[in-house]
Design a protein around this ligand. Structure first.
Ligand code: FMN
Length: 394
């Protein structure tokens, strides 16, 4: 029996296993509208064997986009493109589809050079705009000074998260994850490094979690009960003046009270130049474990989880409920299928690909010497996945 391949549940959403494709920006949208790249990218990932695929950070307003290529969900055209994408990949596998909603805060208006990993401020001649943030503090020297949001602006943005959630609901997503990490707007409010306000939105931890908690409340109000709502949060800023794990526990508890179903525990990126411990396999898993133990919330671990036996141990030892993988899935979009073979688990293949199933050819075992024989021997022509009998949602 594999823990990784045991069925999971997030809120009211049933999942086939504990493997999640972590959200990954593709910088390939036009005016925030999904393109054929997104269809191919997500279409590929729903065949990965993961139980859940979460689409990339998608902005709730134009000012909240990181780059000109970021997805948005604040116009009818953006909604229609995402609805078409969902309709097109729905039924290709049993994977559930999620969407991450974001606002980039003081890290908006950049151009991202994927191979250099980080963004850099967009020059005026490339259509730069002025970001917004809790305080008028730029991300770094040379970056735009954001406009400080007033009460009205904050309320409007909370409403934009809810409005995008309504659009995501109409588009047919099963899950929404709010991006509350990595130095973007929600995290800007949460972290004292980016939030120097002295009103009800800053200062004490109660005030700094107010913005994410209000977003959770507004989104939960419009997001159907049977669909899952999650939050990606920063476990630490790796800085003595920044967010601590104690803060993260309080935020997670506040979110749970608003009906958030899970938290994905990440870290870092509030500001440049902060010394962080070198990333090692599973380096952020202890954050998920701590949150899970202290709040009882469903916890997702992310960060350098690449080996099937490693992922299996994390779930089997109850260190996290779900494991989210980003780069391993880009590198190998059949990661889940291969993990099943390595762990001796019998899972469904798309019928079109069934001849590549490890028990149907020798190639996989040949290139993966640690592969144990598949648990069962199956008939090559057994029509296992021709039709998916999926429960309807919404
Ligand atoms: C190409 C790429 C794009 C990413 N975009 C997002 C994103 O949209 N939202 C997010 O929360 N994290 C994003 N991340 C971070 C990943 O979700 C993940 O947390 C990180 O890569 C660590 O996991 P890994 O070691 O499995 O890659 C991105 C990572 C990559 C490699």
């Amino acid at each position: 029996m594999s823990a990784l391949f045991s069925p999971g549940r997030i809120g009211g959403l049933d999942l086939d296993n504990r493997i999640v494709v972590s959200p990954m920006c593709q910088y390939s949208a036009v005016n925030g509208v999904a393109q054929s790249w997104h269809l191919i990218h997500i279409g590929n990932l729903v065949l990965s064997g993961a139980g859940l695929v979460i689409m990339e950070a998608t902005a709730v307003e134009a000012v909240g986009r990181g780059t000109h290529g970021c997805l948005g969900l604040y116009t009818d055209a953006q909604e229609a493109a995402l609805a078409a994408l969902v309709a097109n990949v729905r039924g290709l596998s049993r994977a559930r589809l999620g969407l991450q909603l974001t606002h980039c805060g003081r890290k908006a208006s950049t151009r991202t050079i994927p191979e250099r990993w980080r963004g850099e401020p967009l020059p005026p001649e490339e259509g730069a705009w002025t970001p917004v943030a809790p305080s008028a503090l730029p991300f770094d020297a040379g970056w735009a000074i954001p406009d400080e949001l007033d009460d009205e602006g904050i309320d409007r943005l909370i409403g934009m998260f809810a409005a995008s959630a309504e659009r995501a609901s109409r588009a047919g997503f099963d899950l929404i994850e709010i991006h509350g990490a990595h130095g973007y707007l929600v995290h800007n409010f949460f972290s004292p490094i980016a939030n120097r306000r002295t009103d009800q939105w800053g200062g004490s931890i109660e005030n700094r979690i107010r913005f994410p908690v209000e977003i959770a409340r507004a989104v939960r109000r419009v997001w159907p009960k049977e669909r899952a709502l999650g939050f990606r949060i920063n476990s630490t800023d790796w800085h003595p003046d920044g967010v601590t794990l104690e803060d993260a526990v309080l935020l997670a508890q506040g979110l749970e009270r608003e009906g958030v179903d899970y938290v994905a525990m990440s870290a870092g990126n509030i500001a440049p130049g902060i010394a962080i411990p070198p990333a090692s396999p599973g380096h952020q898993v202890p954050f998920a474990t701590e949150i899970k133990q202290r709040t009882g919330l469903t916890a997702m671990a992310v960060g350098m989880i690449a080996r099937p036996d490693q992922a299996e141990a994390i779930v089997a030892e109850d260190r996290a409920d779900f494991v989210a993988l980003a780069r391993p899935m880009l590198d190998n979009p059949r990661w889940g299928l291969h993990a099943a073979a390595v762990l001796g688990v019998d899972i469904d293949y798309a019928p079109q690909y069934i001849r590549a199933r490890p028990n149907n050819w020798l190639g996989f075992t040949y290139v993966h010497p640690d592969t144990r024989p598949p648990a069962t021997t199956r008939q090559l022509d057994r029509p296992r996945s021709a039709t998916w009998d999926r429960p309807k949602i919404g």
